[in-house]
Design a protein around this ligand. Structure first.
Ligand code: NZQ
Ligand code: ZN
Length: 384
């Protein structure tokens, strides 16, 4: 196992009715900006619950954060934060709203020039406004991690930044808020969380059996609970299990002391930037290709994955790996996620377009740092 240091300061409030505690979590002397998206929180009772819980606070609302949150929208919020003396940011919504809120929190206090540099040049974020969230879409793990992904339509980019300064002070996770998710978003959440685990698991052995088994248990939970929740969207227990699995999939815990991949994610982000697909839609396309192209380098973990997640124990090593890749794709399709570019009307030219974008990166992807333009093309050619 590799050395590691871990400190996760996020206070989690999990379960029915936890939103009522919101008022106690935010200092009343701070003006609060409540940040949300396109209005889903007004169609379920989440907006009303939050407003009621904050009845003794001064609240400014900022709505209209897009899925794949846009830089320009965030910067409009930054102006209001500065002009109105906002002291606390509350995200209410999915990963996009929370990621936008993290960026707004950082940009509002950024003193080293253009805040775009936080994303483009990865300039360090030393401070940020305090923030918290009411999460309504289990998927990204953003509620318990220090990361954020922001898009900019004018430059056709989708970029990541991370800083301990943007860990939420608290995250309220009430599974009942997820009852209203449309199937597309429920499916996206299951697939995104699953692939977060794969990125941290399917690399090479690091003598870390505890981390391996934690990963396998999250994947098995998603495989079991995913179909339940799709069949019965108001099943509290299934929603709760999906929600906690998604948080555990990307709160840093399963990656301690082990190598990580993230090639599928970085290729997926480029597909979203270029073609506008949802984040998890891109991942379900790319992952089977990454597994296939990297199968020799990931051999030992692929065989372990085959056995422990899918119970595949017979046949040659090659056959077992083939079966594990096929079962992974079958799982995505069984919950209703498409897995080929052509199913989104994207032609084979995308292989070149995306490969060239990856070729511009100043580093190579994957735990072996060997995925550049050529290998990306190989991966995507398997996914047309
Ligand atoms: O905007 P509203 O009206 O709220 O509707 C949203 C949005 O249209 C809707 N929604 C959310 N909760 C709902 C609901 N509809 C009904 N009922 C509810 N309870 O769902 C739509 C999608 O929301 P979005 O926040 O975009 O989805 P998600 O949570 O999947 O976030 C995706 C973004 O997170 C980034 C992705 O790249 C993408 O930009 N990621 C962030 C990560 C992180 N911070 O660690 C890691 C991930 O790998 C990922 O890259
Ligand atoms: Zn993801």
């Amino acid at each position: 196992m590799m050395n590691f240091e871990y400190c996760n300061p996020v206070r989690i409030l999990f379960g029915k009715g936890e939103i009522t505690k919101l008022g106690e979590l935010i200092d009343k002397s701070l003006r609060v900006m409540m940040i949300y998206g396109g209005g889903s929180i007004k169609k379920n009772s989440v907006y009303d619950q939050v407003i009621k819980a904050l009845s003794n606070h001064t609240v400014t609302e900022f709505s209209g954060i897009e899925p794949n949150p846009q830089y320009d929208t965030c910067m409009k919020a930054v102006d209001i934060v500065k002009n109105d003396g906002i002291g606390f940011l509350l995200a209410v919504g999915g990963g996009s709203v929370l990621d936008a809120t993290k960026f707004i929190a950082a940009a509002a206090l950024y003193k080293d020039g253009d805040p775009w540099d936080i994303l483009l040049k990865q300039t360090p974020v030393k401070e940020a406004l305090p923030l918290g969230d009411v999460m309504t879409l289990p998927a990204t793990g953003s509620e318990m991690n220090p990361g954020s992904v922001i898009s900019r339509v004018e430059t056709n980019q989708k970029l990541f930044f991370g800083s301990p300064a943007v860990y939420p002070k608290f995250s309220i996770l009430d599974p009942e808020t997820t009852f209203t998710l449309p199937p597309r978003q429920t499916i996206n959440g299951i697939v995104d969380a699953y692939i977060h685990v794969v990125e941290q698991y399917l690399t090479f052995p690091a003598n870390a059996p505890l981390q391996d088994r934690l990963c396998e248990s999250i994947m098995l939970t998603l495989i079991e609970e995913g179909p339940r929740v799709l069949k019965d969207p108001n099943n509290y227990d299934a929603r709760a299990n999906i929600m906690w699995a998604a948080t555990c999939a990307l709160n840093g815990f399963i990656s301690l002391g082990v190598p990580q991949d993230w090639a599928t994610h970085l290729i997926g982000h480029e597909i979203t930037a270029e073609y506008g697909l949802d984040h998890a839609q891109t991942l379900a396309i790319v992952l089977p290709g990454t597994m296939q192209v990297q199968r020799d380098k990931k051999k030992e973990k692929l065989l372990q994955y085959a056995e422990r997640v899918f119970g595949i124990t017979s046949g040659s090593e090659d056959k077992r790996i083939d079966a594990a890749i096929a079962r992974t794709e079958e799982f995505f399709r069984s919950v209703g996620q498409k897995t080929k570019l052509s199913e989104y009307d994207i032609g084979p030219e995308a292989c070149d377009v995306i490969a060239k974008r990856i070729g511009m990166f100043p580093f190579k992807l994957g735990e072996q740092q060997d995925i550049g333009e050529e290998k990306t093309r190989e991966v995507l050619k398997l996914r047309v």
